[in-house]
Design a protein. Structure first.
Length: 400
């Protein structure tokens, strides 16, 4: 190698290092801002209520915080078999002992981890340092700017750990072509959300089955999966494990709908898991206040529509092998989550980075998502059609 070639390689390496540092700086600053915003929100509930703003807390995160307080504060008095949500209890133990600032620090670390694996994934197929920086910045700032994520920054939660686990999972599966590391990560995900961990194992099988297969084979296998889910309701398997049984019991009304409507039950959940957050989020409460939490759900809903469209397009066209692998994960997680007995698009939040990636990698998909998610809610709001979200009780006592 001559001197000019060596110099070119050195310049390219230096440029790559600068891009990496710049991207991590964006992620770090964004995570800090999200943590500060979350901390400010939880300590100014009454002021926000007076200003006409509600939906400042995520009730699930508050419940997890309280459960963790009980577990770590009175563990010696409790039955040794009582271990609620192992991952959350163990990971956030320091934050529970030291307060919300420590929890914020843990969540910032997780967001940086998620950002690192996202960067390592997209740099393998995004050409040009400028484009890489712009895509990373847009996606990362969209994630840390999501109201839901901001509101859980100061609390123990499942979504942010699963966000980091999912990004690492996709990197090792799609880029490194490893099956061992994703299997281990699926086990870790299981202790945070058991059903999601099982679904990630299913993604491993799907990736192996669909990788390097012709289009007809792919469509046949995906069609077979949808047919099985459509014709065999989840209640048929409720004796297999508590995970399935709990899902059926918690979705009792949906299960009854499924029994009455047969195959339409699964197909309707596919539709509503795709569209409900982006098109039908209620921005106002029954007291006329702005519901911040539902704004966060709407933000996620825009990316869900774009991401599902993009993933479907990638699987049909196989334009890029790496993006095809990401699309398999998106589609399989989406199909499996919809197999449950109730509509819960919030469970797609761990895929946020890659759903948002679909927004920028497919201009048409992003355009459709934005158009639908702006026009439909605006029309419904003007006609005063959407159901207004009930306000929760004064949550001022929920802060640390």
């Amino acid at each position: 190698m001559n001197g000019s070639s060596q110099q070119s390689v050195s310049i390219a390496a230096l440029s790559g290092q600068k891009i990496f540092v710049g991207c991590m700086a964006i992620a770090f600053i964004g995570a800090i801002c999200a943590a500060v915003a979350g901390y400010v929100l939880q300590n100014n509930v009454e002021l926000l209520h007076r200003l006409g703003v509600s939906g400042v807390f995520v009730s699930d995160a508050v419940s997890l915080r309280d459960t963790a307080n009980v577990y770590w504060g009175r563990r010696a008095e409790l039955e040794v078999t009582w271990m609620p949500i192992i991952g959350v209890m163990q990971f956030y133990w320091a934050g529970i002992l030291w307060g919300s600032l420590a929890v914020c620090a843990l969540n910032i670390f997780l967001i940086l981890s998620a950002a690192y694996y996202f960067f390592e994934t997209i740099k393998t197929f995004v050409s040009g340092n400028r484009q890489l920086l712009l895509i990373f910045a847009f996606v990362t700032l969209s994630i840390v700017g999501n109201i839901y994520l901001i509101e859980v920054m100061a609390f123990p939660n499942k979504e942010i750990p699963l966000l980091a686990i999912t990004n690492a999972y996709v990197y090792y599966l799609v880029v490194r072509r490893s099956y061992i590391a994703p299997a281990i990560l699926s086990t870790i995900a299981f202790v945070f959300r058991d059903g999601y961990g099982v679904i990630l194992i299913g993604c491993l099988v799907a990736f192996w089955a669909l990788r390097n297969k012709p289009l007809k084979t792919r469509l046949g296998l995906i069609g077979l999966m949808v047919a099985i889910f459509t014709l065999m309701p989840i209640s048929s398997f409720m004796e297999i494990s508590n995970i399935v049984a709990r899902n059926v019991e918690s979705g009792l009304l949906a299960h009854q709908y499924e029994q009455v409507n047969g195959q339409l039950g699964y197909l309707s959940r596919l539709k509503y898991n795709t569209l409900s957050l982006g098109l039908f989020s209620s921005f106002l409460t029954d007291r006329g206040r702005l519901d911040l939490l539902n704004v966060g759900f709407w933000q996620l809903g825009v990316f869900v529509i774009a991401g599902i469209l993009w993933a479907t397009k990638q699987i049909l066209t196989k334009a890029n092998e790496l993006e095809f692998g990401i699309s398999i994960v998106i589609l399989v997680v989406f199909l499996c989550i919809s197999y449950g007995t109730f509509v819960q698009p919030r469970y797609l939040m761990p895929l946020s980075y890659f759903l948002a990636l679909g927004f920028v990698r497919c201009v048409k998909c992003g355009g459709i998502a934005v158009s639908l998610s702006v026009v439909v809610p605006a029309f419904l709001l003007l006609r005063d059609i959407p159901h207004r979200a009930p306000e929760m009780l004064d949550a001022a006592t929920w802060s640390w």
